[in-house]
Design a protein around this ligand. Structure first.
Ligand code: NAG
Ligand code: NAG
Ligand code: NAG
Length: 506
């Protein structure tokens, strides 16, 4: 069987990184020649850990000047972080320099040399890859092979109009970028960017294929007559690339991606990377997302270890942070994947991650296994639930909706039949995410009614304001317009459902 070169590269990378100590894990990030050397970069934190940073205030007032000997490379106002380069004449090592900064600068809450690199934490193997190019076959011709979507009950959810997603609910995928020329991403990318060596660029093109796959799990185009469908049928993707073609990148760049996602008003962040290296910069990033009610889905990792004991980052932050979930991988039979990391305290949910069909590079479809495949499915499901709440992005930010979604997903999983599997996740009640049950639980949650109430009262206030100003006729006109639009939406939604339901083998 002919395998395209991209796939061969993928297999090598993924296999190399599927063991606990990935050989690439300590390699410095690849940097353009103009960027400062990664070994001279460090992250300075200015916020008290756990305290919510007010991004608009930080943007208005700016950070205090950085200590002498440093040059600012990038600022992350939403997480209170500055990435700096050591000036060439500084002879201290970044670690010694940081120790000195912490002694004499009380306003700096942490200082961390940027030596840690992240590698993709998935990566079992590419098995039985389907090299099928778009053709004139029925819509999403590979939908019948996407067992993962049926197993979690997504098709049932798609019969409800609010559960298609929404163009204002952005899912930010922090990964290796995407194949920007892939028709499966046509019209679904709201914005994209890249951070390499602390420097931002517009090049979020995927040289690896991992990011294309994970972003495709969330939002590969539906009913476009090609390939696969994502979990969100009306996706709005934010793409932040911090890893290169080899699947490595620095943790300060990952933190800068979080900052960008938060400032771009993401409702959800999807992370399919990680390792055992603790980073204060990454912790500040996940804390800031959580504090601002952004839902974060993180892969638990593929080492088959108990993450309660062998901490994995960033997924370990899910244990204590609201709205942050660590996701294990399950297989087609609904059992826990033996290579998935687990942890009754540290991992909350499982999602299908074994032999998942998705996007490769250059219009190729591949089958991959790993917790990398599982986390973006939970991210996509969270986006559907956000859309179901029917509130504005700012109302969602002001209410604890992200944590309401986490609780609903966590409380309603389909319990693993094997009690040994169930014991490994979610306080001993481990299972696979169930979309219909999560929807029901979410709709009866306090977070849901709070955000619905705030949206409704905003509408009522606007209506009364209109009546007071004596524009009743206009108001009626508005109502008519809204109804017409809803009808059109409903008709469109029905058409979409029909297409999906009529898909092969659905
Ligand atoms: C954030 O800061 C801005 C500007 O100072 C202020 O208007 C806003 O109310 C603050 N938001 C919160 C949540 O404190
Ligand atoms: C790959 O496909 C072959 C033929 O259908 C099958 O026998 C084999 O079990 C598959 N391998 C995996 C790992 O799924
Ligand atoms: C997209 O991201 C870039 C880079 O951060 C930013 O300059 C631009 O304003 C963003 N566009 C929108 C529409 O938000």
């Amino acid at each position: 069987m002919d395998r395209p070169p991209a796939l061969i590269l993928l297999v090598i990378t993924l296999l190399a990184c599927g063991v606990p100590q990935c050989p690439g894990a300590q390699a410095p990030a690849m940097l353009p020649s103009s960027a400062p050397s990664a070994s001279r970069l460090l992250s300075l934190g200015y916020a008290d850990p756990g305290v919510q940073v007010n991004a608009s205030q930080e943007l208005a007032t700016g950070f205090p000047p950085v200590p002498a000997g440093l040059t600012v490379v990038s600022e992350a106002p939403a997480i209170g972080l500055v990435v700096c380069a050591l000036d060439p004449d500084v002879t201290l090592s970044p670690a010694d320099f940081c120790a000195k900064v912490l002694l004499v600068h009380p306003e700096v809450s942490f200082c961390e040399p940027d030596t840690a690199t992240a590698t993709i934490s998935q990566a079992a193997s590419a098995t039985n890859a389907t090299n099928q190019r778009p053709s004139a076959s029925p819509d999403d011709p590979l939908f019948s092979q996407q067992y993962s979507l049926r197993q979690v009950g997504l098709p049932a959810a798609w019969s409800s109009a609010q559960l298609f997603g929404s163009t204002t609910i952005h899912v930010c995928v922090v990964d290796t970028g995407i194949d920007t020329s892939d028709a499966e991403f046509a019209g679904s990318v709201f914005n994209g960017t890249a951070f390499v060596g602390g420097q931002q660029s517009s090049d979020y093109t995927d040289g690896n294929s991992h990011g294309s796959f994970t972003a495709g799990v969330v939002g590969a185009a539906s009913n476009n007559g090609l390939g696969v469908t994502g979990a969100v049928q009306r996706p709005s993707l934010l793409i932040c690339r911090f890893m290169d073609a080899t699947g490595s990148g620095s943790l300060s760049d990952a933190a800068l991606c979080f900052d960008w996602c938060i400032r771009q008003q993401a409702a959800v962040i999807s992370c399919s990377f990680g390792g055992t290296t603790f980073s204060q910069a990454l912790q500040a990033a996940v804390q800031a997302a959580s504090a601002q009610n952004v839902f974060v889905a993180t892969s638990a990792g593929n080492n088959g270890v108990n993450s309660d004991v062998v901490k994995q980052y960033p997924s370990a932050f899910a244990q204590t942070l609201p709205g942050v979930m660590a996701v294990a991988a399950s297989d087609a039979s609904g059992a826990l994947w033996p290579r998935s990391n687990y942890g009754p305290m540290s991992v909350q949910i499982a999602a299908p991650g074994v032999s998942v069909l998705g996007l490769g590079l250059g219009g190729v479809f591949v089958t991959l296994s790993g917790t990398s495949m599982a986390a973006p499915l939970v991210a996509g499901i969270a986006a559907l639930l956000f859309a179901d709440a029917g509130a504005s992005p700012s109302a969602l930010r002001q209410n604890a909706v992200a944590d309401g979604i986490k609780q609903a997903i966590q409380a309603t999983s389909t319990r693993f039949t094997a009690s040994a599997d169930a014991a490994k996740l979610n306080g001993g009640s481990g299972g696979v995410v169930s979309v219909p049950a999560a929807i029901a639980a979410f709709r009866s949650s306090r977070a849901y009614s709070a955000v619905r109430k705030s949206s409704i009262s905003a509408t009522v206030v606007a209506a009364f304001a209109g009546i007071a100003a004596g524009i009743v006729v206009t108001l009626l006109g508005v109502v008519v317009v809204i109804q017409a639009r809803q009808l059109a939406e409903r008709r469109r939604d029905r058409a979409r459902v029909g297409l999906v339901d009529d898909g092969p083998g659905a």
